[in-house]
Design a protein around this ligand. Sequence first.
Ligand SMILES: Cc1ncc(COP(=O)(O)O)c(C=O)c1O
Length: 395
Amino acid sequence: MKDKQIEKLIKAEEQRQKKVINLIPSENYVSKDVLLAIGSIFDNKYAEGYPRARYYGGQTNTDKLEELCQERALKLFKLPKGPPGGWAVNVQPLSGSPANLAVYVALAPVGSKIMGLPLSSGGHLTHGQKVSFTGKVWTQVPIVLDPKTELVDYKKMKEDAAREKPAVIVVGFTAYPRVVDFRKCREAADACGAYLMVDMSHFAGLVAGGAYPSPFEYADVVTSTTHKTLRGPRGALIFSKRDERGIDKKIDRAIFPGLQGGPHMGQIAGIAVALKEDASPAFKKYAKQVVKNARALAAELAKLGWRIISGGTDSHLVLMDTWMGGKGISGKEAEALLEKNGIICNKNTIPGETRSPFDPSGIRLGTPAETTRGRKEKDFISIARRIDKILRGKK
Ligand SMILES: Cc1ncc(COP(=O)(O)O)c(C=O)c1O
């Protein structure tokens, strides 16, 4: 590389990534092929529009690439193309946040309501949080957790939906360790005529690998980032049901020309590579191991006396109370202590949060990245013991 300053930073980051134990649930390590594809000459090409309907010439290869990526996305989640009764997928969203915004732009009139889980309970900013644009244009109707179980209160969700009549109900969270009951979410959507949108960003790879329930039977729209458990490059997908409501067409228009210009074709090449890898038997094994590892991590931490939110996990992530469980370590302090000792995680709010999002009461731990590196249950038991020792010793 001619640019030595950047080369030095890339090498330093490579070393950092190799050295640490990465427990950030939204991160992963992509294959060399994915990196090759995103760094390919597809990045040179402008391709505004969609296959066979572009605003620039020279699309022989980009059209084939985008259609192949769409095909692989539908196949991975066993979705028929239709119509009618099938699914469409838009592979152009630049990332998860613009993907979610595009769905609201397409389906929720400006000023209407979106029902979503607040950030402090494990939702994502783009689920209508006030500091996000999604909370300024639309008003969030909160999904409420049962304070005892720390799980979604589906009965209340349905009652609140029937009363508040949100245009869209968005489920699928950023710090919620348990499976979501998509059938009950559908009932809430039907109670008020809302679209049911599932944001499976966090658990999409687990769905692909058969290690988490699939939302497709119940949802109208499913969004997902491609860079978390799906183990692809940064990007996103929007799946939509193809029927007389024309959701897919509305979403395509919301992405382009509504919110974006030219798609990042190099990124789409990388996503296509990852989607093929995700369809392999090895990936199925990986997804199941991710969940087994998270369960082992949660169980060992609980054994060591830490309060685990909802008592455990069904997924790739564990939420741990470092403050209210009587330990008196804030999430920020815990994150810093662990980083000093080579373990990377992130501070996180926990249900019923009493502190601030900048210095909350817990940490979020995840297993996808270290499972990619081949770690198994016994490794996560030792990681739990290390975490315990570091936090108790406040080293
Ligand atoms: C559930 C969920 N949706 C959307 C996003 C946004 O994705 P991005 O950071 O790619 O914009 C995230 C990111 O963490 C997420 O957890």
